[in-house]
Design a protein around this ligand. Sequence first.
Ligand code: GDG
Length: 464
Amino acid sequence: MGRLVAVSNRVADPRNHAAGGLAVALAGALSKTGGLWFGWSGRAVEPSHGGTPGEGELHLSQAGNVTLATVDLSREDYETYYLGYSNGVLWPVFHYRLDLANFDVGSNLTAYRRVNQLFARKLAPLLKPDDVIWIHDYHLIPLAADLRAIGCGQRIGFFLHIPLPPPLILAAIPQHEWLMRALFAYDLLGFQSQADLDHFSRYVQGEAGAEPMGEYRFRAFHRTVRAQAFPIGIDVDEFAELGRGEEAQETYEMMLAQYARRRLLLGIDRLDYSKGLPQRLKAFHTLLTEYPENRSSATLVQIAAPSRESVDAYADLRREMEGITGAINGEFGELDWMPVRYIHRSTSRRRLPGLCRASSVALVTPLRDGMNLVAKEYIAAQDPDDPGVLVLSRFAGAAEQLKEALLVNPYDTRATAQAIQQALHMPLAERRARHQKLLEGIRHQDVHWWSSEYLRTLMEAEGG
Ligand code: GDG
């Protein structure tokens, strides 16, 4: 295989193991052959005038055998391409939240097209003829078409980290046909789950008259594309190793000491409306109401890392969370016990395995999620002799794989509370048996499996 070129909205230094999820995944794949990682620098700058470089300035740096190439965006592009179209239209619709999408797109759509074209123009001169290009996520759907338009003939694959909704939801985006046509410029489309692949298949057959050609190939818009599910995994050993580190150990011991007489429940999420946080708090409230033996004992530690705070829906969610947390603590709190510890800050990744290990139950209850890596990290961090229990939403992509978790419908508050109660009282033998199966699963389909399966399939795919 030629050199790997990864493209994603954000680029992370692969040597920095604190970066997590996707960064670890791509770093592993990139360092095998040496490679190039291209994306936005994270800087929003003033437009160029006089001698200032402005948007489109390219920065190159070397991280081991990986070259990092990033471009600056203008402040306006950040607001329109990133916040406006990517996170104001695509993110909510792809998570089934038509009510939160702002379809009055105007300049946002123009910017989305413009930034993708800018990426294509900046990336093309860095490419070699036998490079294999792997583009990630919803910010960059049209990038392959833009690269093809300026003459790039390399193999190009796409991986969608978020769900693909059913056809009638997708069709609410006024530009749905343009977006789906753009996907046919790729050689391979990777989805997180079988459900997403099924939605793609139904969309292209129903809306674009595509013919399926065998199990994983589709022909439409005069192009053929291969599409398949590749559920993303974690680096199980890396996370376990992090768990043996000083900060994780210290966190574990501190939690055990602080909560010696309590049972800990844990949630770790970006503060995002897809993660089902208000519903989770309501289920916890129901647990305390309907199973009063948990009062003065069950304590929910909810880390909600700040995210996209300048989008209205996120600011509303923040207020809602503060309201519900205050109400639960006010109703049930005692002088020596607060039921909810709500932390609206990011926590160091090095502490997360310690937190996971100290918790009897993890609540991973998104309303919709492409995969959800926290579910897999929680499993990886457990003591196999005395593991905690994972309560997992059936609407997370991870639910297709993690069948031994307690699967719940997060909209059903009472049933979720019941599952939490079951988790808190699960006998040790059952906890061990479930954990062993879950651990085998996440080890088998780990992040290295994910990237090598994807890239192997991309090399075999016959687009065109
Ligand atoms: C997208 C898709 C898909 C969380 N809080 C903190 C923190 N985290 C880390 C977790 C985990 C990662 O961030 C979150 O990954 P998720 O998979 O849960 O969710 P998204 O960010 O929405 O990711 C998702 C993923 O892409 C990969 O394809 O699974 O479905 O939505 O690693 O541990 N890390 C630190 N502090 C925190 O407070 N350091």
